[in-house]
Write a protein that binds this ligand. Structure first.
Ligand SMILES: Cc1ncc(COP(=O)(O)O)c(C=O)c1O
Length: 397
């Protein structure tokens, strides 16, 4: 790793990340290459973003073509690519309307404002939110408040009025609170698989009960699919595994295969509660990001990638169960599709460093969990290649 790059990063870039001493200079398919020419298998996808792998020829080609045609004109003008993308998303989810953003946290901020505005207009000023302990919804102010982790709140004074954090998969406290104060709540945010918090899939019956209670109390259920969406779980969206339909769904990350784009999709019961001038964005829904998202969906369909995720995921779980038997310090193996967590009985960062030194990129979720999020194009052979590196790393851990 180049010392000058390290020094200049420390000098010029705000120090909010804990970086590994590696800088990648090229990516192709499921592999990355660092500045020393070393190759790595990528089981991380830049935190679940580059889901078609690196430099996918069709993504490169639409970016090149669109960059020569038109990048952005602002939202003061009509944009046919935005409409095409919104129509596609609505067809694949539920009837309603979309708002395009640039990131996951911005999608959640939009959902937050929509719920609040719905509460003001439709529920007598209701403004409180439920969200879950261990959740993660982003880094801007409303998303920080929705996130149920103290370490994310710390250091910013009191932001948290109006938020109730519930234990996941537990309904007693929720039911009691709803009996007393149900009329004060406008929204309930959940991740169906808690990603940053340690990769915990929520219980299906719990999620269905939450949906029922939200309907009964006229609370908007916001499903944050920023990390789970766009094929990661073997369905286009994770809510399909749970037999529910959200009132609002938020997306970002893999939607643009690396080009920043997010979206919020709201059902007909709530999509018209933000009036002209109450919300907006300069970059959101620009031509480049929309064409890349449209191409991402086409590639997923035409390369049959959802079926690939399901079949390679089955292999992953069978194979990782064998790994689990070999290493007593693996406590749990969980996840859906290509969103897989291996929980250790100790902090996992050292194992990640060991894997990196052997040419496998993955990361930690929570404290003790290794998170595996490979590109949707991964083959069984490549899965095996990664599992072998993981096992070698576990042996020397
Ligand atoms: C579930 C979830 N929501 C929201 C976010 C925030 O997304 P972004 O970093 O694009 O703002 C993340 C990021 O990791 C996430 O995992």
């Amino acid at each position: 790793m180049n010392q000058e790059l390290k020094n200049k990063t420390e000098k010029y870039i705000m120090n909010v990340y804990s970086r590994f001493p590696i800088s990648f200079v090229k990516g192709e398919g499921v592999y990355l290459v660092d500045m020393d020419g070393k190759s790595y298998l990528d089981f991380f996808c830049g935190i679940s973003i580059t889901s078609l792998g690196h430099s996918h020829p069709r993504i490169c080609s639409v970016i090149e073509r669109q960059s020569k045609e038109l990048l952005l004109t602002s939202n003061y003008f009509y944009n046919h690519l935005q409409v095409e993308l919104a129509e596609y998303l609505i067809q694949k989810t539920f009837s309603g309307k979309c708002f395009f953003t640039n990131s996951g946290t911005e999608s959640n901020e939009t959902a937050f404002k929509l719920c609040r505005s719905y509460g003001q207009q439709k529920k007598n000023g209701a403004s409180r939110f439920f969200s879950l302990k261990r959740s993660f919804h982003g880094r801007t102010t409303a998303s920080v408040c929705l996130t149920g982790q103290e370490k994310i709140h710390k250091g910013f004074g009191n932001l948290l009025d109006g938020h109730t954090y519930l234990d996941p998969d537990e309904t007693k406290v929720l039911e009691d609170e709803l009996k007393k104060n149900g009329d004060q709540y406008c929204g309930f945010f959940i991740e169906l698989i808690q990603g940053e918090g340690g990769l915990y899939p929520l219980d299906r019956e719990y999620v269905q009960r939450v949906k029922e209670l939200c309907e009964k109390h006229k609370i908007l259920l916001v499903v944050d699919e920023v990390q789970t969406g766009i094929g990661r779980t073997g369905n286009l969206f994770c809510f399909e595994h749970y037999g529910i339909t959200p009132d609002i769904m938020t997306l970002a990350k893999a939607l643009g295969s690396g080009v920043p784009i997010g979206a919020m999709i709201a059902q007909e019961n709530c999509c018209d509660f933000l009036a002209t001038g109450q919300h907006g964005t300069s970059f959101g829904g620009n031509y480049l990001s929309c064409i890349t998202a449209l191409e991402t969906f086409k590639v997923i369909e035409e390369e049959n990638l959802l079926a690939n995720v399901r079949s390679v995921s089955k292999y992953f779980f069978e194979r990782l169960r064998i790994t689990q038997e070999k290493f007593s310090f693996i406590k749990d193996l969980r996840g859906i599709g290509f969103h897989i967590g291996i929980e250790l009985d100790r902090p996992a960062r050292k194992l990640v460093e060991e894997c990196l030194s052997r040419g496998l990129v993955l990361n930690v979720a929570g404290e003790n969990t290794i998170r595996i999020m490979p590109p949707l194009i991964l083959t069984k052979e490549q899965a095996e290649e990664g599992i072998k590196i993981l096992e070698d790393s576990l042996s020397s851990f």
